[in-house]
Design a protein around this ligand. Structure first.
Ligand code: GLN
Length: 541
């Protein structure tokens, strides 16, 4: 079967669920027996998402091959239960960089290289490469940003060029937002009308409009959108807010979106098989007892608002595991800096069934996090440390139990006398010259699990593979001392003998991972470590 392409653009504003719409369309088509792929285009100059502040751009997701992307790749992976890689993600920076490199290598044969058509052409080749890699019947391409802004014009241009070349194989969808202003009390369609006009200016007419709003879109407003936006009435899809993102494919199917898309391509209708999602919805909807998890972090306060996007995969993993245990996760954000100002505030940790310290960079809040970790260790509160959360657990242990005074991570003190967390020698030279790109351990690495440990109980096998994103490691020079005082290195990388999992005995659950297990949790296949952490949290109540 030839490959068909669905381009998804956004209208009115960001964060209305374009990524979830792409993932859901993919899920629906996959459930109809097609092979799908998804591509995210981020209109940033940053070559990879790794250099973007999570407070501004949300979580940096890491694929198996080490690609650092935005959180949408994580959504696609979770919905499609499919691993993606570098071909599935591009930024303006990546695209320009490869065109410029090619030009410098004289690969354009000396001709004048121009923004149009050479940049969109590069975008098209990348989309086609993803199609080929995933052997896709359908590729769903998410164009980041919103219609009418400057930054994504060249990507819309790529979509337009593809439509010109393969008119029967390209469909456009617009995910737009319909506000219901409180002072009016009515759903307004005008912003969507302008969004469509903006797309029209770029030479694109949407075939389908996914109308996101707080409430379902009623008939009169569907009609209005249809007339003013020149889209058939049946192709205006009502997409009201739902309780969980996993309901979105089911919501879309209520409007028969999957078969409407097939019809656009001149294909026959097919039945969708979404029973497993329906099963998940039943579990989520059930009345369940809560399991209370506190996350001690720092990437969630922006001005007057609290955003959770920086930790989306961690939240997802907690949810998947809690649902598997028939519990309702209640997640609370705890500020590490508060524990630095006032030790007494640590007492709030008592209220939780389990505590997580997630990944992070830079020294803001690390002393507070270590106080929280110490509290969990002493009070036997189940604890899961992810990457930085594991490094801090090792430092706290080194300081307070091995009595290594001034134990630190090289990240926070370049001159530390006892860097129990340190850079690998091969990274040192690069870091000296400020070559930060390329100094991280990124992507999947093998790990060997030790029998008779918490980690073994969770995985139940010796050889596993997990995704990494960090620059620093447990310093093997201190390993013996740590082990002598009772820290168990229950997971080790076999090639380089690096500590991947550390844990303590005589505690209901106290474990940290150098890798990020949260990137591999799937809604119906919770990650084993999260599953066991939540089990311990439920038990500890
Ligand atoms: N900052 C730490 C490092 O680079 C931890 C990174 C993380 O938590 N992802 O090693």
């Amino acid at each position: 079967m030839k490959t068909r392409y669905i381009f998804v653009a956004g209208g009115v504003m960001s964060s209305v669920g374009k990524g979830i719409a792409v993932a859901s369309i993919g899920k629906i088509l996959q459930s109809k027996g097609f092979r799908v792929s998804a591509v995210k285009i981020d209109p940033y100059i940053n070559v990879d998402a790794g250099t973007m502040n999570p407070l501004e751009h949300g979580e940096v997701f890491v694929a198996q091959d080490g690609t650092e992307s935005d959180q949408d790749i994580g959504n696609y992976e979770r919905f499609l239960d499919q691993n993606l890689s570098s071909q599935n993600y591009m930024t303006t920076g990546k695209v320009y960089l490869s065109v410029i490199n090619r030009e410098r290598n004289l690969e354009y044969g000396g001709r004048c290289v121009e923004v149009v058509p050479d940049i969109p052409q590069e975008v098209i080749s990348r989309i086609q490469a993803a199609a080929k890699k995933d052997k896709a019947d359908f590729v769903i391409v998410e164009i980041g940003g919103t219609a009418g802004e400057y930054q994504n014009l060249l990507f819309l241009e790529a979509a337009r060029m593809m439509k010109l070349k393969y008119p029967k194989d390209v469909v456009f969808a617009l995910v737009s937002y319909l506000p219901i202003p409180a002072m009016v009390g009515e759903m307004k369609t005008k912003p969507t009308q302008s969004a469509v006009r903006n797309l029209n200016e770029a030479g694109i007419q949407p075939d389908i409009i996914i109308a996101r709003s707080e409430l379902p879109v009623d008939e009169p407003r569907k009609r209005k959108i249809s007339i003013f936006c020149s889209v058939r009435l049946e192709d205006v899809i009502s997409a009201p807010d739902v309780k969980t993102v996993y309901q979105v494919p089911l919501q879309f199917e209520k409007e028969n979106l999957g078969n409407k898309i097939l019809k656009k391509f001149g294909m026959q209708a097919r039945k969708s098989k979404l029973a497993s999602l329906q099963g998940l919805m039943k579990i989520i909807a059930r009345k369940k007892k809560p399991v209370r998890i506190g996350i001690v972090g720092k990437y969630f306060e922006t001005g007057d608002f609290t955003l959770m996007d920086s930790y989306i995969s961690v939240i997802e993993s907690i949810e998947h595991a809690s649902w598997a245990h028939n519990k309702d996760p209640v997640i609370t954000w705890l500020s590490a800096e508060a524990y630095e100002k006032d030790r007494g505030s640590l007492e709030e940790l008592k209220r939780f069934d389990g505590i997580i310290v997630p990944g992070g960079f830079g020294n803001r809040g690390v002393e507070g996090k270590m106080r929280a970790i110490e509290y969990c260790r002493k009070r036997k509160i189940p604890y899961l440390g992810l990457c930085l959360g594991m490094q801090l657990m090792v430092i706290e242990f080194a300081r307070n139990l091995c009595k290594i005074q001034g134990a630190m991570s090289r990240e926070f003190d370049a001159k530390a006398k006892h860097a129990v967390i340190d850079v690998m020698p091969d990274q040192k030279a690069l870091l000296k010259e400020r070559h930060y790109g390329g100094t991280m351990r990124l992507g999947s690495y093998a790990c060997r699990i030790k029998r008779g440990t918490l980690a073994w109980d969770a995985y139940g096998r010796e050889s596993i593979s997990e995704r990494h994103r960090h620059r620093y490691e447990v310093n093997n020079e201190y390993r013996e001392r740590l082990e002598k005082h009772g820290m168990v290195m229950s997971g080790v990388n076999p090639e380089r003998n690096l500590v991947e999992i550390a844990e303590l005995k005589n505690h209901p659950f106290f474990l940290g991972t150098q890798f990020h297990p949260e990137f591999q949790s799937r809604p119906l296949k919770p990650h084993p470590l999260f599953r066991e952490f939540i089990a311990a949290a439920i038990k500890a109540r």
